[in-house]
Design a protein around this ligand. Structure first.
Ligand code: MEV
Length: 316
């Protein structure tokens, strides 16, 4: 009798306020996006096959015994097996699938690794805490991103909105009043590693200027936290617009992103900004329910490759 595979999944994510500054110890707010997910299915492989991970969307097959720790999914698997106290290599076959676009600022790498870790623990018959998942996944984020803050692995592992400050325990929260984001993909792939590296070089060249911009983002993040807690979404939209203006000054925006942001605002969004590393990837627009369809149409007309609408804090 064949045993059905053990399955686990993880969401994509967007950053409401605070990307880039968060790398430099400033606070940021991130939320999960469950409309786009990564899934891992694990089942017993043939005896002696070892641990094999097939990442279908990346078109890679990883044989653990032949892969070094520079392979993010191999590293995550080794760390998970070590955490599970499994010596040697079990004969497990893992299939990874994802609907999250790669290099689109939606945390695709963190989600794949998170789904993988959860599925490995499930296959071993063990529960795993979000902080353990997040810690293991952070190691793979360092390969994808260079010097990540840890916000992506944290929000994806917790699967809940978070207030995040690097090096501190995250605060997960449920917004008392739900709000809706339209997430529009520019269709342009932009590895986070590159924009994070560019901001670092610019910060090294002009530390006072960049520290001041990061401080301005800090004020927006605190104000955003208060606005979310109070359900003041007109205020939150304005804070997102202000954050976008600073991201432009940081040099991580682009004409295609700004075209989408303008289209969303013109169609009645309360505010809009890029999300994640920038240059390409996705923008987010805060929308009232009655403007949702109009904003979605405007984003598609302005060239969005796809639009996802997600409500944060909705009662299940
Ligand atoms: C990426 O989602 C967010 C950045 O701030 C990078 C990071 O925090 O590691 C751009």
């Amino acid at each position: 009798m064949s045993v059905p595979p053990v399955s686990a999944s993880a969401p994509g994510k967007v950053i409401l306020l605070g990307e880039h500054a968060v790398v430099y110890g400033r606070p940021a707010i991130a939320v999960p996006v469950w409309q786009t997910i990564a899934t891992a299915n694990v089942q017993a492989g043939s005896p002696g096959s070892g641990c094999v991970i097939v990442a279908h969307d990346l078109e890679v097959t990883i044989r653990l015994r032949q892969s070094g720790d520079d392979q993010p999914l191999a590293l995550v698997t080794r760390l998970a097996l070590a955490e599970l106290g499994i010596a040697g290599e079990p004969d497990w076959h893992v299939d990874l699938h994802s609907t999250i676009p790669i290099a689109g600022g939606l945390g695709s790498g963190a989600a794949l690794s998170t789904a993988l870790v959860r599925a490995l623990f499930a296959q071993a018959g063990r529960q795993v805490e979000p902080e353990t998942v997040s810690r293991i996944v952070y190691a793979s984020e360092c390969i994808y991103h260079g010097t990540p803050s840890g916000i992506d692995n944290t929000v994806v592992a917790y699967g809940a909105p978070i207030w995040f400050v690097r090096g501190q325990p995250p605060e997960s929260f449920t917004p008392p009043s739900p709000f809706t984001l339209a997430i529009a993909d520019s269709g342009i792939r932009s590895p986070t590693k590159e924009t994070v590296g560019d901001v670092r070089r610019a910060w090294e060249a002009q530390p006072a200027r960049y520290e001041a911009l990061f401080d301005a983002i800090t004020a927006l993040a605190y104000a955003g936290r208060r606005a979310v807690a109070a359900g003041e979404f007109t205020a939150l939209g304005l804070l997102m617009d202000e954050n976008q203006a600073i991201l432009e000054q940081l040099g991580v925006s682009s004409t295609p992103l700004e075209r989408l942001i303008s289209a969303a605002r013109d169609a009645g969004a309360l505010g809009a900004k890029l999300s994640g590393g920038g240059r390409g990837g996705n923008i987010i627009a805060l929308v009232k329910e009655e403007r949702q369809a109009t904003v979605e149409q405007a984003l598609l007309a302005a060239g969005a490759a796809r639009v996802i609408v997600t409500t944060i804090g909705a009662l299940a």
